[in-house]
Design a protein around this ligand. Structure first.
Ligand code: 5BU
Length: 276
């Protein structure tokens, strides 16, 4: 067995001081305070329904992930209420926008249009495909607001082209950009290979494609369990969508399922710390 990545042997609380970005610090603080490494992805098409899901799962999560372009009834009132809930229930908002254009365009997509993502979302993400200008473009908007950015180093879907040298170059790009704005990666593995917390370098790895019941869907999604993701792959945050909001049995069932994933994710984290 290969040695565990040193970052995975550190408690979330001890990693806070390794970050200067306010969003990264807040994520780690919430994870420690609420004993949760669970992010829930609320991929429903009604913003009103999304808020109901958020109220049910809020106590169990460190983060709520959105795709704001799938809501039929998107409005500024929705994001106002989401921000209010994020303060009341203590979680970070992550708009999974997957920006992928030149710096000038993404800065406009991030700040403007119908969604004005930077005004309400603490965290967003970008494909490294266009080169480092995408980070610069987003940073001009997000960094003064204390927002954070994740680069997409790998994807959970079958046949993804984000593998091997692409993944390695994504890490190099983040490293070159520095950690003032880029705080980590969406990935399936510990892609920050030789980053050493002893030298003060810490990245957050967040993994979608997590499920306790299904192994995948008919459109290429692939699921792993929280244990596989947190212990074997060494990711810091597990992202669960349909496994939680899609559970049958009504409001209480969704709340209970979020709590079940929180407990599974936290148990796995405690087990990974105990490997020392
Ligand atoms: P699911 O219902 O748990 O399969 O939803 C997963 C969510 O994570 C969904 O919003 C996807 O857009 C998102 N996702 C993903 O599944 N895989 C990836 O590699 C990335 C995002 Br990046």
């Amino acid at each position: 067995m290969t040695a565990p990545h040193p970052t995975t042997l550190l408690p979330y609380a001890e990693r806070i001081k390794l970050h200067s970005n306010p969003t990264a610090r807040r994520i780690l603080e919430i994870m420690d305070r609420k004993k949760t490494n669970l992010a829930v992805s609320v991929d429903v098409t009604s913003a009103a329904e999304a808020l109901e899901v958020v109220k049910r799962v809020g106590a169990s999560v460190c983060m709520v992930k959105t795709h704001c372009d799938i809501f039929e009834d998107f409005s500024p009132a929705f994001t106002e209420e989401l921000v209010r809930l994020s303060k009341e229930l203590d979680f970070v908002i992550f708009e999974d926008r997957k920006f992928a254009d030149i710096g000038n365009t993404v800065s406009l997509q991030y700040s403007s249009g119908v969604h004005k993502i930077a005004s309400w979302s603490d965290l967003t993400n970008a494909h490294p495909v266009p080169g480092p200008g995408i980070i610069k473009g987003l940073a001009t908007v997000g960094q003064p607001l204390g927002r954070g950015l994740l680069l997409l180093a790998e994807m959970s879907s079958a046949g993804s082209l984000a593998v091997g040298g692409y993944t390695e170059q994504t890490f190099d790009m983040a490293r070159k950009a520095g950690r003032d704005f880029v705080i980590g990666f969406i990935a399936q593995n510990r892609v920050d290979k030789d980053a050493s917390p002893e030298k003060g370098e810490d990245w957050l790895i967040m993994s979608p494609g997590v499920g306790l019941a299904a192994k995948g869907d008919s459109l290429g999604q692939q699921y792993r369990t929280p244990r596989e993701v947190v212990i074997e792959a060494g990711a810091d945050v597990i992202i669960v969508g349909r496994g939680i909001y899609g559970v049958q049995g009504g409001e209480q069932a969704v709340k209970d399922e979020a709590e079940r994933y929180r407990v599974e994710g936290w148990k796995a984290y405690e087990e990974r710390l105990a490997r020392k």
